[in-house]
Every structure is written in C-alpha cells, then in structure tokens.
Write a protein that binds this ligand. Structure first.
Ligand code: NAP
Length: 290
C-alpha cells in the first residue's frame, strides 16, 4: 500500500517501458514488507539533469540507470565509485549526505553465476563478442576473476582501438586484445569463456546467432557460453553451445543479481534474491504467452 510515508526508488532510461526492474524490485519490497515503491521513469537524454534535480527535490532514495544514461549521468553525481569509473558507466545511484553517489552493479551481477561455478579462472582466455557498454562490465569482471587473457571482438576498428586504449590507463589489470569479427574463428579453440554482449539473438531476432553454427566444433569441451540476453531463454547461441556440450548461462541471473546488489545498497540489508528471481521468471512466462 502506498502511504504518506512511502519512500521512492526507481529506474531511469529512454525508452523504459520494457524494463523488468520494477517487477523484481517491487516483488522484493512486498516480500520484505517495507514502505517503498519502485517506479520506471522515462527520461529523454536532454532532460537528464532536470530530472536528477527533480529527484533531489522530491527525495527519491535511489535509482537504477539504464540506456542511454549510464555514461552521461556520471558528471551529475557527487561521487562515482572506482569500479564504475573503470567500467565507464553507472547503473546504480543512491543518496548520501554529500549528494548522489553512483556505482556499477552489472559487474557483480555478471560475476555471480560464474563465481557459483567455483573455478580457477587464471588459465582461462575469455572471448567477448561486442565492445559496447555491457562489454566494459564484462571486461572488469574478467579482471576481477584474473582471467589469463581477454579477447574482445567487434565490427568497428576505430571503436575497438578506443576500447583497447581505455583499458591501458585503467586501474584494473587486464591482459586485453581486440579483434575484428573475421578473426573470431582463430580465437575460439583457446577460449574457455565466450560471452555474447551483442544484441544478436535478442527478441524478436531469435533466429540470429553471433557465432556461425559450423564453428561450435572448434570449442574446448569444457568451455562456458554466456549470453547477456534474457529474452528468449535460451538464445540460439546458447542452444547451439549446449548441443556441443558447453556449460551455458543466460542473462537473467545477471539481471537479477545486479538488481539485488542495487537494492542491498539502497536498503542497507540483505534482500530476497529468490523472490526477485521467481517474480521475473513468472513475468517472462506470462509475457511469452500470446
Ligand atoms: P551497446 O552499448 O549498444 O553495445 C552493443 C555492442 O554490440 C556494440 O559493440 C555493437 O557494435 C555490437 N553489435 C550490435 N549489433 C551487432 C551486429 N548485428 N553485429 C555485430 N555486432 C553488433 O549495448 P549494451 O548496453 O552493451 O548491451 C548489449 C546487450 O547486452 C543487449 O542485448 C542488452 O540487453 C544486454 N545486457 C544485459 C544485461 C543483463 O543484466 N543481462 C545488462 C546489460 C546489457 P557497434 O558498437 O559497432 O554498433
């Protein structure tokens, strides 16, 4: 029940209609029985600073940040965590006495299912498909896992060069090389972890895969295929990888875990991750029915 004392949380993005965050956060809030509400806010890029000033005025406790604001919010914050600075993106903001503080929980979200595998990653080469915002969180995660090497594959040489350079001055230690898409097949035999951070295969383009079907026989038998996409589940990429015997991970757990990490920051307490997971799974099943 919304009361006169209800505290507000939310997510900003543009567009925001398809965000799943309100579903999982409000499920957790209901389960905890706390007087909070989590709302989606559609904010155009040109309205960002006005919106943040408005959030200050109306006393919002904290909020998530999604496309296209993850980078542009950074100069509007009083403090940005070293991790978010290294990634170059903020996805979680909370109120402090010094003003808004921002961090990045995508890295922890991405890492959670990998850490659950309890592997030693120091001999692992990670191949990351795509060099956008999510790829940056994946590189930071690979640095935390202390992967032996990180190979980033993209389609735009200039963007790849800028990506590589940005990590040379980073406080995170990572052995990173960039490659154009045509070099992918040479990288696959040494890859222990292959991560799709491109939108290829995402609904409604479920028949697309970032990797040609014939190349799966180049994979190591114990390789892990990780797709950041959570709709459809599984993507064609993960279906093909599973047929080849690879361990597969989709993006739903990352989404849940980055959300849980944000809610923990706002509330200063542990949160019911199982409730958040169940709410999202049920919602996605309902959505997929005609
Ligand atoms: P982004 O910044 O736009 O980056 C997308 C990357 O994919 C870019 O490098 C882009 O290349 C590349 N790309 C796009 N279409 C391509 C194509 N047809 N062929 C080859 N490369 C292509 O987006 P993002 O924020 O990183 O998000 C990427 C994906 O991750 C999305 O599917 C998103 O839903 C997912 N994601 C999931 C989570 C989660 O919690 N599970 C969190 C974040 C993101 P160019 O730069 O050359 O265009």
């Amino acid at each position: 029940m919304i009361t006169g004392k209800t505290k507000l949380l939310g997510v900003i993005g543009y567009p925001i209609e398809h965000s799943l965050s309100p579903v999982m956060h409000n499920a957790a809030i209901a389960d905890l029985g706390i007087d909070y509400a989590y709302l989606p806010f559609s904010i155009k890029p040109e309205d960002l600073s006005t919106a943040i000033a408005g959030f200050e005025a109306i006393g919002i406790q904290g909020f998530n940040v999604t496309i296209p604001h993850k980078q542009t919010i950074m100069p509007l914050l009083a403090e940005v965590s070293p991790l978010a600075q290294a990634v170059g993106a903020v996805n979680t903001v909370w109120r402090t006495e010094r003003g808004w503080q921002g961090t990045n929980t995508d890295v922890a979200g991405f890492l959670a299912p990998l850490k659950a595998l309890e592997r030693d990653w120091t001999q692992t080469t990670a191949v990351i498909l795509g060099n956008g915002g999510a790829a940056r969180a994946v590189v930071a995660a690979c640095a935390e896992l202390r992967c032996a090497a990180v190979q980033v594959v993209g389609r735009d040489l200039q963007k790849l060069q800028a990506f590589q350079q940005s990590w040379q001055t980073s406080p995170l230690t990572v052995n990173l090389q960039t490659h154009i898409w045509q070099e992918l097949l040479q990288l696959l035999p040494n890859a222990g972890l292959i991560v799709n951070t491109t939108p290829m295969g995402m609904y409604p383009h479920g028949s697309q895969s970032p990797i040609p079907a014939a190349s799966f026989n180049l994979w190591q038998p114990e390789a892990i295929a990780y797709d950041l996409i959570y709709n459809p589940r599984p993507t064609l990429f993960l279906q093909q990888a599973a047929q080849q015997g690879a361990i597969t991970l989709d993006g739903l757990e990352m989404l849940i875990q980055q959300g849980a990490a944000a809610l923990e920051l706002w509330l200063g307490r542990s949160v019911p991750v199982n409730v958040m997971r169940q709410a999202l799974q049920e919602y996605l099943v309902k959505q997929s029915k005609p």
